[in-house]
Design a protein around this ligand. Structure first.
Ligand SMILES: [Fe+2]
Ligand SMILES: [Fe+2]
Length: 287
């Protein structure tokens, strides 16, 4: 075990990449202000200037955001969304069809990101000399892995959506969350059928991706969140028996972030949670 003073921002990112099985820093993540000799880290789902000033005043050595900042939030962020194509192919969607659906969503996200003041928070971190990184895709991969495994071990195609919700609600992060997994399309008595865990794709796939899943015979989509316009359209057009379960944004993100924090604590980094991370007792089996 390593203790204080040996961690730098490369190592923090490296631990996240290793845990997620990634070999390079994804486009939605980045080391924005590098630093070394790190002992105390402040983690948040979203980091704004307020959290940076708090971190400086309270003696933190580094701030780790989940949601993209700086280069991680630029229009290139959409590069990671193409991972959704692989997830769709796994569920039996033909690759060209998957590509076309993801392309629609990438286009709308690109235009939205194009408008953003992407360097606002990273600029302040640079001015006050506070190491800052954001790690987005890696913990989302860990959240997805966790939920997929839970579904594989506890749910069959005949399980009702109500039964699936019971399993999801028992996840410690969900149990402690104010927002709970909810079914937004379909009936709780519907069998789940084939379940697609549509997470770790940069952002949700929205109408183009989710309607394609339903067309390919997926019975239930699990999503962290969905935009209102996409939801209204999907709800109107979803085939009978199809289900959408929204697992909740903060608890779903917290699953992966907590597991990253536990790994970093093993390496001697003291971690404090803020900005929406739902803290839970460390799981014994490490997953
Ligand atoms: Fe996330
Ligand atoms: Fe998120």
């Amino acid at each position: 075990m390593e203790f204080g003073g040996v961690m730098d921002t490369d190592r923090v990112m490296g631990v996240a990449l290793e845990q997620a099985g990634l070999e390079a820093v994804p486009a939605d993540s980045g080391i924005h202000v590098p630093g070394a000799g790190l002992k105390k880290a402040l983690f948040g789902v979203d980091i704004d200037v307020g959290e940076l000033l708090y971190a400086r005043d309270s003696g933190y050595d580094v701030v780790v955001a989940h949601h993209p900042l700086g280069s991680g939030s630029s229009p290139q962020f959409t590069d990671v969304m193409w991972r959704q194509v692989d997830q769709m192919v796994e569920e039996g969607v033909a690759e060209p069809v998957a590509r076309a659906a993801v392309a629609q969503r990438v286009g709308s996200r690109h235009r939205l990101r194009h408008m953003a003041n992407y360097n606002r928070v990273t600029d302040t971190a640079r001015l006050i000399g506070l190491p800052l990184l954001n790690i987005h895709l890696p913990p989302d991969i860990v959240s997805r892995r966790y939920v997929k495994r839970l579904v594989a071990e506890n749910i069959s195609e005949e399980t009702t959506v109500g039964g699936l919700l019971e399993v999801l609600n028992a996840i410690p992060e969900m149990a402690r969350s104010l927002v709970k997994p909810e079914q937004w399309i379909g009936d709780p008595d519907n069998p789940v059928g084939r379940v697609a865990v549509a997470m770790a794709g940069g952002t949700n796939g929205g109408y183009p991706v989710y309607s394609t899943y339903f067309e390919a015979g997926v019975g239930t989509i699990l999503s962290m969140h969905i935009d209102e316009g996409d939801y209204q359209r999907l709800r109107t057009e979803a085939p009978a028996g199809c289900n959408l379960v929204v697992t909740g944004h903060m608890p779903s993100d917290s699953i992966g972030i907590n597991r990253l924090i536990w790994r970093l604590e093993d390496e001697g980094l003291a971690c404090q949670r803020t900005s929406g991370i739902i803290d839970v007792p460390r799981s014994q089996n490490g997953v």
